[in-house]
Design a protein around this ligand. Structure first.
Ligand SMILES: Cc1ncc(COP(=O)(O)O)c(C=O)c1O
Length: 372
């Protein structure tokens, strides 16, 4: 049976615990929520929804070109960033691709639909899950595609711009296409120091992936886009899916979202503050934190001489809190979890619930000890 491997599955969680209210830390969308201006734009767009949407997303791509300071012809919009991932695999039909492990699951899922052979670069806990320079040694003339998620999901670890430039240079020699997934980059401090957008013009083998989903909390609306100077590839991706992949409601939502400078300013104030709060509290509880440079915290339980709790996700779910268990990521086990950075009230609820779970675990241990 098909296994859904992403966060945000509040529907199964509700069925499982029979409760309507779930506090969802398993999906990393902006805790400020869907902006009112976007809601209003969608409502206004409803009036025209009997018509087909613009298949070329003209107004949206023009707004994006202006926002991203790039050429309109370099942009293709899709039904969420995942749509672009699948279109890219279908457009190129790579025979061999290089992926980090762990990373976002849809790269592999999309590659498997075209029968691609996958080579993994295993990120090591001893290296804090950082991508090392030896990644480049794994790229050769047989490698058709390379994927780097920056910041990586689920680790929240970053690659430097200069490292990615080295990858791009090597891939230019080997005629390899490089996908750099920047879907979470707007949540990190000094995003411009890490984004490889300045390389778009110079490297036609570079494909950048971005989403409205996370930064504007628009997961249900479905809107993502790619930026590449490889116009032939854009055309191939365009024809590798339906013409109306982006609904008129999503197009209107995107156009209005791009005007929201205060919302982004507030996001950039809130996320670092709450990230620091959560990292401190989780560390105090005895969890080991890795990476976590974005709007999610990646941590490990069962750390030597420290906190020991199993089935953390199930135990929190019984309290109405959903977190992302990371055991289904390649190269991770059931000791790893990921939680979103939310507003302070919700973050405190998570920390309180974790304290309860740890207390319960300690009491169980004491009882086991007494009954021996
Ligand atoms: C790194 C990364 N890229 C892309 C996506 C897909 O985003 P979308 O919901 O816009 O399809 C996700 C979703 O979780 C993600 O984590």
């Amino acid at each position: 049976m098909y296994e859904y491997v992403h966060g945000g599955d509040i529907y199964s969680a509700k069925e499982q615990i029979g409760k309507e209210e779930i506090l969802d830390f398993s999906v990393n969308t902006n805790p400020l929520g869907l902006p009112d201006e976007v809601k209003q734009a969608i409502e206004e767009a409803l009036a025209d929804s009997e018509k087909y949407p613009d298949p070329f997303c003209r107004e949206l791509t023009a707004a994006l070109a202006n926002y991203e300071k790039t050429n309109q012809d370099y942009i293709l919009c899709g039904n969420g960033a995942s749509d672009i991932i699948f279109r890219l695999a279908l457009a190129l039909k790579p025979k061999k691709a290089l992926l980090c492990a762990p990373t976002f699951a849809d790269y592999e899922k999309a590659l498997k639909t075209v029968g691609c052979d996958i080579d993994y670069y295993y990120l090591s806990i001893d290296e804090d899950f950082l991508v090392g320079i030896d990644f480049i040694d794994k790229i050769n003339t047989e490698t058709d595609m390379v994927y780097i998620c920056n910041p990586n999901n689920p680790t929240g670890q970053l690659c430097s711009k200069s490292f990615i430039q080295n990858v791009l240079d090597r891939c230019r020699e080997t005629k390899t296409v490089v996908l750099i997934d920047e879907c979470f980059i707007d949540f990190i401090d000094q995003a411009e120091d890490y984004s490889v957008q300045p390389f778009v013009e110079a490297y036609s083998n570079l494909v950048i992936l971005k989403a409205f989903t996370k930064i504007y909390a628009m997961a249900g609306i479905r809107l993502g886009y790619t930026i590449t100077s490889n116009k032939l590839l854009i055309e191939k991706m365009r024809t590798s899916g339906q013409d109306w992949g982006v609904s008129s409601l999503a197009q209107a939502a995107g156009i209005s979202a791009l005007k929201l400078t205060d919302y982004i300013k507030e996001t950039k104030r809130l996320i670092p503050e709450e990230r620091i709060f959560l990292i401190r509290e989780l560390t105090n509880l005895g969890f080991e934190i890795y990476g976590s440079k974005a709007n999610y915290i990646f941590f490990k339980t069962n750390v030597a001489n420290n906190v020991n709790v199993s089935n953390l996700n199930q135990r929190l779910l019984s309290k109405g809190i959903l977190i992302r268990a990371c055991s289904n990521y390649i190269n991770l086990d059931s000791d790893f979890y990921r939680v979103a950075v939310k507003k302070r009230r919700d973050n405190m609820k998570l920390i309180e619930a974790l304290k309860d779970v740890i207390d319960d675990e300690n009491n169980d241990d004491n009882l086991r000890w007494v009954s021996r």
